[in-house]
Ligand binder design. Structure first.
Ligand SMILES: Cc1cc2nc3c(=O)[nH]c(=O)nc-3n(C[C@H](O)[C@H](O)[C@H](O)COP(=O)(O)OP(=O)(O)OC[C@H]3O[C@@H](n4cnc5c(N)ncnc54)[C@H](O)[C@@H]3O)c2cc1C
Length: 409
């Protein structure tokens, strides 16, 4: 499968000093993190910070998986509306999940402060809107439950929206300081660098091909035939881990992204907030710390492992069509921004769970292992939530949240 394709923004604009060697001997550690994307980097950070002897390996190089294509919108809102999630897991738990995501946004802010590098992070407001009458009653219900649950939200009517945005809006929910944006590739590298200072060992081009359970932990074998003995293994292998987990409810799609050159002004875009519409699939927009616009969406179902969509290559005609649709949409949304010029076009595989929640925790099929899989558009925040939960399980502290996030739910 072709995880990402096209000309990627983050790897192009971020200067990364560190390269890592591959594993060339047998070693042992307390915790082995498999995967050095943003999730593996966050797990490595929390484990090394807690003083755990940790090793991280990646079959490729740090941050070059889904992380390199991520739009990196950090939102308290989950793919599934609060009304919908309430229908599946009950109101209290649904509200708890939204609150957890909001806390995770602020946790990211704390982490970048600790790293001493903002990694393009900014706190942002979020705007969730409908442009058709048919979604109005849904939006009103969603607003009410969020307001009643204590979120700082405002219902924006059509007239008011005209003063805030340059595109037609029937109504929207405006949430204050409930989201953020970041450069995921830089963040991943900064986390790994910090963790190395705290004792982390990192090996790139080191693929885990076999895993054997032993009485006191796990022995894994790499493609080059070296062994790593670990008390526990964390699988932070991203969307491709779907093959490991026998989960029929997780689905994979491909999502498409455009990034502009830096623009002069954001006319018609209130507070440069994060924007998402109520359509399915939805369109999402954010800005960057160097004043670019990112627009994404137009998701397509992936089909089987060898389907055209799974193996989509740069320049494929379906991708060109999707980029053209997104470009036209951007021009329609922001006629006041006169200097829109596209610099990057890329797409990536995206995993979703049917309830919009991640897969985190132990899984009986793999003893002595933890999974940290941030399926859904909150993948990065789920990485933060998952890393902390898994660190806590390692230290013998359980959480009732693990029931909600379990791999085989
Ligand atoms: C286009 C796009 C837009 C997105 N937008 C958002 C967004 O706005 N907000 C958000 O929160 N999330 C978003 N996501 C999702 C988010 O990017 C992902 O949740 C996140 O990047 C996943 O990170 P990861 O580290 O789990 O996976 P990856 O970055 O894929 O890293 C997994 C790593 O595991 C390694 N690996 C796999 N198997 C092995 C093995 N056997 N041995 C060793 N290494 C192995 C891979 O090489 C890879 O580097 C988006 C994703 C895409 C593709």
């Amino acid at each position: 499968m072709n995880l990402v394709s096209g000309k990627m923004l983050w790897t192009d604009i971020s200067k990364i000093p560190n390269k890592h060697t591959y594993l060339s001997e047998d070693i042992s550690c307390d915790v082995l993190v498999v995967g050095a994307g943003i999730t593996g980097a966050i797990c490595s950070y929390f484990f090394t910070k807690a003083g755990v002897d940790t090793v991280t390996v990646d079959k490729n190089i740090v941050g070059y998986g889904s992380t390199s294509a991520s739009t990196s919108i950090l939102q308290y809102e989950i793919d599934m509306d609060l009304v919908g999630l309430k229908g599946i897991i009950g109101k209290d738990k649904a509200v708890e999940c939204f609150k957890l995501c909001k806390e995770a946004v602020y946790e990211v802010e704390k982490i970048v402060d600790d790293l001493g590098n903002k990694c393009g992070f900014s706190l942002r407001d979020c705007f969730y809107y409908a442009d058709s009458e048919s979604d109005l009653s849904l939006l009103k219900k969603e607003y009410k439950i969020r307001k009643d649950s204590g979120f700082d939200v405002e219902f924006i009517e059509e007239g008011r929206a005209r003063d805030m945005f340059s595109f037609p809006i029937k109504a929207g929910i405006y949430s204050r300081k409930s989201g953020g944006e970041i450069n995921p590739y830089m963040f991943t590298h900064e986390l790994i660098s910090r963790s190395q200072k705290d004792g982390l060992k990192v090996f790139e081009n080191t693929e885990v091909t076999e895993l054997k359970n032993e009485s006191d932990g796990v022995e894994i074998t790499t493609k080059n035939g070296f062994k790593i003995k670990a008390k526990k293994v964390v699988f932070a292998t991203g969307f491709l881990a779907k093959e490991l987990i026998d989960n029929k409810t997780a689905i994979l799609t491909r999502t498409f992204t455009l990034v502009t050159k830096p623009v002069d002004r954001f006319d018609g875009w209130h507070n440069r907030c994060i924007i998402r519409d109520t359509k399915n699939p939805y369109t999402y927009l954010r800005t960057t710390s160097d004043d670019r616009i990112i627009i994404g969406g137009e998701d397509l179902a992936l089909g089987g492992k060898n389907s055209k969509m799974s193996c989509l290559t740069e320049g494929a005609s379906v991708a060109k069509k999707k980029y053209q649709i997104l470009y036209n949409r951007l021009l329609t949304l922001f006629p006041g921004i006169k200097d829109i010029e596209i610099e990057y076009r890329f797409n990536g595989i995206f995993g979703e769970s049917s309830d919009g929640l991640p897969y985190i925790g132990e899984y009986q099929k793999y003893p002595n292992s933890y999974f940290c899989l941030g399926y859904g558009s909150n993948g990065i925040l789920y990485g933060v939530i998952g890393a902390k939960l898994i660190r806590d399980i390692y230290f013998g502290k359980s959480s009732k949240l693990l029931e909600l996030f379990k791999v085989n739910r």
